[in-house]
Design a protein around this ligand. Structure first.
Ligand code: BV8
Length: 239
């Protein structure tokens, strides 16, 4: 356990499930109700911006509801960042703000953030907690009609990829928590770590992910149980 040992943690929708937010591919998940092609691609937004904004308005209203709070797994990762002597970086696929609200600071939202909006005309990004509509004016360029959720749709380049790959290539431990391993490039991070480091790779999920066979270790169960237990163990004795 030394300050040279950095930890990279990839999280997905499963870490927020016990906070009351839906996952995508579980039974009853988001993609069981709407099609990716209709709400999560640039083409969908061009074809029917009202429908796409509504899809995110509904999720933003859910996320900002009073009863949605970070859970013990989010808090455990924030505690790991505070107490581990080396760097701890959380790379989340999630667009919710539960990691921040739990206290994580060294955090990258590779698929963007639900509580931000971006102007398609000038690229200006602004915090956004209410509904988004075509009538909203960009505070930077004054144009209307171009405000979109600041999230990464299918076919768009995820954010901060250079920083993420640099962190993966120098980590001493890679954890993947609450993700089904269906979406790239995130689903390929474990192979990147294996190809370039000797770091242990650990999957923590409710059930084996698509990439389960690639991980050196697997811990299955609800994140609010498995993640705090694992963090306690790492802080007490390393890995
Ligand atoms: C891109 C938007 C390139 C915001 C999302 C190979 C290489 C590169 C790209 C591709 C490739 N093959 C295919 C592609 C294209 C595509 C892709 O991956 N398609 C898949 C479907 C095959 N990828 C892309 O388009 C990406 N862009 O590659 O660009 C590029 C290159 C040059 C120039 C331009 C572009 C962009 C991908 C991002 C898309 N946006 N979301 C939003 O609406 O949220 S993806 C969406 O899926 C979410 O972000 C989500 O986070 C992500 C992954 O889902 P999961 O988080 O894993 O959620 P899921 O429900 O699937 O799983 C939950 C898991 O939790 C389950 O396993 C469950 O068991 C577990 N669980 C449940 N409860 C609990 C639990 N675990 C613990 N405790 C519990 N209680």
């Amino acid at each position: 356990m030394n300050s040279e040992q950095s930890i990279v943690i990839l999280t997905g929708a499963g870490i927020s499930k016990e906070s009351g937010l839906d996952t995508f591919r579980d039974a009853g998940g988001i993609w069981a109700r709407v099609r990716v092609e209709d709400v999560a691609t640039p083409e969908a937004f061009a074809a029917d911006p009202v429908r796409v904004r509504e899809f995110y308005n509904h999720r933003r209203a859910r996320l900002t509801a009073a009863n949605i709070e970070p859970n013990a797994a989010h808090h455990a990762l924030a505690r790991l960042e505070d107490d581990w002597p080396g760097e701890v970086l959380v790379v989340t696929q999630n667009i919710d703000d539960l990691h921040e609200r739990a206290g994580s600071r060294n955090l990258l939202h590779m698929h963007g953030e639900l509580l931000k909006a971006r102007c398609q005309a000038c690229g200006h990004v602004v915090g956004w907690r209410g509904d988004l509509s075509a009538g909203h004016v960009c505070e930077a360029c004054g144009r209307t009609g171009g405000m979109r959720p600041d999230v990464v749709w299918f076919g768009e380049m995820p954010f901060e990829m250079e920083r993420i790959y640099a962190a993966l290539e120098s980590c001493s431990l890679f954890l993947s928590i609450g993700t089904s391993g269906n979406v790239y490039p995130a689903a390929g991070f474990v192979q990147h770590v294996i190809a370039r480091t000797r770091a242990p790779t650990v999957e923590m999920n409710l059930e084996p992910s698509e990439g389960a066979s690639l991980f050196a270790q697997a811990i299955y169960g609800p994140a609010t149980q498995t993640v705090p237990e694992y963090v306690d163990r790492v802080l007490a004795q390393g890995w």
